[in-house]
Write a protein that binds this ligand. Sequence first.
Ligand code: NAP
Length: 492
Amino acid sequence: MVSRVIPVDPFDLVVFGATGDLASRKILPGLYRRWFAGQIPEGARIIGAARTEMDRPAFLDFARKQIDEHVGATKHDPAQIAAFLDILDYVPIDAMGEAGWEELRLKLRPEAIRAFYFSVGPALFGALATRLHAHGIATPEARIVVEKPFGRDLASARALNATLAAHFDEAQIYRIDHYLGKETVQNLMAVRFANILFEPLWNAQFVDHVQITVAETVGVGGRGAYYDRSGAMRDMVQNHLMQLLCLIAMEPPYHFDPDAVRDEKLKVIRALQPVPQTDIVRGQYLGQRAKGACDTDQPGYLEDVGDAESRTESYVALKAYVANWRWKGTPFYLRTGKRLRARTSEIAITFKEPPHSIFDEADESWRENVLVIRLQPNEGMNLKMMIKEPGPGGMRLVQVPLDMSFAEALGEEGTDIPDAYERLIMDVIRGNQTLFMRGDEVEAAWAWTDPIIAGFEARGDKPQPYDAGSSGPEDALMLMHRDGRRWREIRE
Ligand code: NAP
């Protein structure tokens, strides 16, 4: 299969926070990979900005190091890297100060597409928007890319939306949820809306329940202080897991068009029922003693955040319902956590039993059909079906997976899936907002999340401890067991 890379028009992209973790690991290496793929034209310019005083050669040196570290051998081509560095530049700017903006303004070309990536802490989003406007840098066509977290509750999200809206139209604002940039997430829409196969079954009549799992093996590490003010509900559920839920539950949009897709997602969020605290389990990971000579002790959550009394959750599982005709009565089980058994993200749609079994002897071996959409690792899909076990000896049934790994199904193209950030940045340049959250969507998501978090605070209890390397707290198992269901195993 021949890879189709459509070059974008020349652009000026300013990356605020260019020396930070996200820019170093994802944005700069990702932009280089798009350059290597031939998608970025020579007329493009990428300008880093941060408070650190350095000149252009020092920034190029910095960028080269990030590419060396984060780009795989197959794309690590010294000539290409040198050509890519040629389009890079740097301006020292403090988002809270007035210096450097004029220098930046002069570097930008009136005729080129202008995009500003806010890869800085959320406290600076408003200040950047305001100064871009005040210094005459924000043209009517300019785009801003806003990182997460977008607010920490409905009130702060509304305030941030209002600040941005004072200087930019909604069509200029790209709120990133990098989960939406993942290949499989977009494939979810293709599978649902480019095939007739699933849509007739995609409702409460045929779907027993949906599980959405985002499991991490890492702890909060160096982000302890930030994380402890946020927790799994704010950090993961309010954005990533809700977005995945929306893509599963939404009605077909009339067209694959940014507002048509986002209108349908918004309807799902608005239809989400409030979640009683009895349908939510919170957890905190425990520390782990070194097992072998090469291992080191792993601190628990409380040690990681340096607060023995912390009530913030590093794990959350909950049961949600979408109150509309399509999904009435179908539970959506969501769970996410740190220091779990494996790093995996998946959506599993479990279908109901056939109305009547004709295979009496095979009843015991019968298992539900499950459609599993794997986001990571090994992006792909897998449909578990019942077939006859081969061989003589009567009609015995066995469950087998119809497995589609993108890597295997699509050959080289399947293994060469661009990182979510690469795709999303290119969408910004193309002016396509489909995979970005709209302001009203973010506010609706907080409106659903806020009462849940208020409920945590009212309960005042501590999250349940769970072993590092486990599947999470015991009570999370009970959340499913009491409905006669089971979580899927967390494994890579
Ligand atoms: P970081 O490592 O702390 O980097 C912050 C960047 O902002 C640095 O380049 C810093 O450089 C710059 N900066 C700080 N204060 C500034 C100011 N007053 N004016 C101009 N620049 C300033 O943070 P990060 O992890 O890269 O995260 C950046 C954003 O992405 C955050 O909103 C974060 O929530 C979001 N995010 C990050 C990740 C990730 O994997 N890292 C994932 C998802 C979302 P100077 O000190 O030189 O100014």
